[in-house]
Ligand binder design. Structure first.
Ligand code: ARG
Length: 282
């Protein structure tokens, strides 16, 4: 990298985070609720556990706190803790799943939150798949709809959190949750920066994103297709699927530090690092 480019790179400062995660002990692909899932293909639970364990260790090595909740037999997608709810400023909005296969997860997450300092947790009345579709930028709550979370859930979230909600229409079934195609890199209230894959959004939503985030990192098809946008940033280090090499390069140019992990086994269910991670914002 040239000296000029290096000096132009903004100095990024990471902040310590607190995450909720759930081990994939009962992970399998026994049903198909997104196009990544193929129940005819065998899943290696030991491999999924190993990849998840490395992810936990990666966060801890970066200085983050990881809370681990117990998985439940018969709920193979519980590893995707991002769907447990949405937490902003200590206020917790629970989940209500679109598909019967995941419906029972909501009560387990609710029990965990009630036992871990969130007695006032609110349960949604509309379909709401938590931080999978409700993505906090530091000043705006970006809210996906089209496949899972209902638009009515966006209004419920706005009312509970008292933050501006921006509804975004998802149009590609491979990018069924907002966090599969949009990644918050910097969540400081005034300098919010995101990366996203435009083709996953309706034309109007693309225009909204372009208007709100003119500096955004625009990801290409290859990075999107490995769920590369399903990353987790602390403001400096960005944990990404190891295949997302182009995106990693683009982030490095912007002063971020890409940290690559192997999530190949979890991707069989349509998930990546971010899906496995719910940020608990105090
Ligand atoms: N198999 C899960 C589902 O389709 C994957 C969830 C991924 N979670 C996420 N936050 N994108 O519901």
């Amino acid at each position: 990298m040239s000296a000029a480019l290096r000096s132009a790179r903004p100095l990024r400062v990471g902040t310590a985070r607190r995450y909720l995660m759930c081990p994939p002990r009962y992970f399998t692909v026994s049903y198909m609720i997104n196009p990544w899932m193929d129940p005819t293909q065998p899943v290696d639970v030991a491999q999924a556990m190993a990849q998840w364990t490395v992810l936990v260790g990666t966060y801890r090595a970066l200085g983050h706190t990881v809370e681990v909740m117990d998985p439940e037999p018969g709920l193979p997608d519980m590893v995707f803790a991002a769907n447990a709810g949405t937490v902003i400023d200590g206020v917790v909005l629970g989940a209500r799943f679109r598909h019967a296969e995941r419906a029972a997860e909501a009560a387990h997450y609710q029990r965990w939150f009630r036992a871990h300092g969130a007695p006032g947790m609110v349960m949604p009345s509309a379909v709401n798949e938590g931080a999978g579709d409700l993505v906090w930028t530091g000043s705006l709550l970006l809210a996906g709809t089209g496949f899972r979370t209902e638009a009515a859930a966006h209004a419920e979230a706005q009312e509970l959190f008292g933050v501006p909600v921006i509804s975004l229409q998802l149009v590609d079934p491979y990018y069924y949750h907002l966090d599969t195609c949009l990644l918050v890199l910097d969540d400081s209230p005034h300098d919010g920066l995101i990366a996203y894959y435009p083709a996953a959004f309706s034309p109007g939503s693309r225009r909204v994103l372009a208007r709100l985030f003119p500096d955004a990192v625009i990801a290409g098809r290859t990075d999107a297709a490995c769920l590369g946008l399903n990353g987790v940033s602390d403001g400096r280090s960005v944990v990404l699927p190891r295949e997302a090499v182009e995106l990693g390069r683009a982030l490095a140019v912007r002063g971020f530090e890409p940290v690559f992990v192997d999530v190949s086994e979890l991707r069989r269910a349509g998930g990546g690092p971010k899906c496995c991670t719910l940020e608990l914002r105090a």
